[in-house]
Ligand binder design. Structure first.
Ligand code: SF4
Ligand code: SF4
Length: 112
């Protein structure tokens, strides 16, 4: 299983912000392992995975994360190439709409 629990960044569950998107987790994407099949984009119910126009070294487009991940793990479960690690925040955080949550920030303090 790739879901891990990490410390939130200070926002309180249920917080409402005028322009923020409630985000419960993030994903680490191994873009070089991706084959561009689009299955993860279709499986992501919040619609926070979008395919980039760029390609990896094998010539495949790959997904990129937007704000609003729920840490539901649907992407990790459907991806045939084990591209995703899913990280769940202890507390939801507010992220500006359209921003890409920092996976590196999400794993801070988790020994990785
Ligand atoms: S964990 Fe769920 S919400 Fe987050 S990117 Fe994957 S499918 Fe989308
Ligand atoms: S399901 Fe996996 S291989 Fe397919 S596009 Fe998404 S990340 Fe790439």
């Amino acid at each position: 299983m790739n879901e891990r629990s990490v410390q939130g960044t200070g926002a309180t569950a249920g917080t409402t912000a005028s322009h923020g998107v409630l985000t419960r987790g993030t994903v680490v994407i191994d873009v070089e392992a991706c084959k561009g099949c689009d299955l993860c984009v279709a499986a992501c119910k919040p619609g926070v995975l979008v395919m980039t126009g760029a390609t990896n070294r094998r010539g495949y487009r790959y997904p990129e994360l937007r704000a609003g991940c729920t840490a539901c793990r649907a992407c990790a479960q459907i991806c045939p190439d084990f591209v995703f690690q899913v990280w769940k925040f202890d507390q939801p955080v507010e992220i500006p709409a359209g921003a890409v949550p920092s996976a590196r920030g999400a794993v801070r303090g988790n020994g990785r």
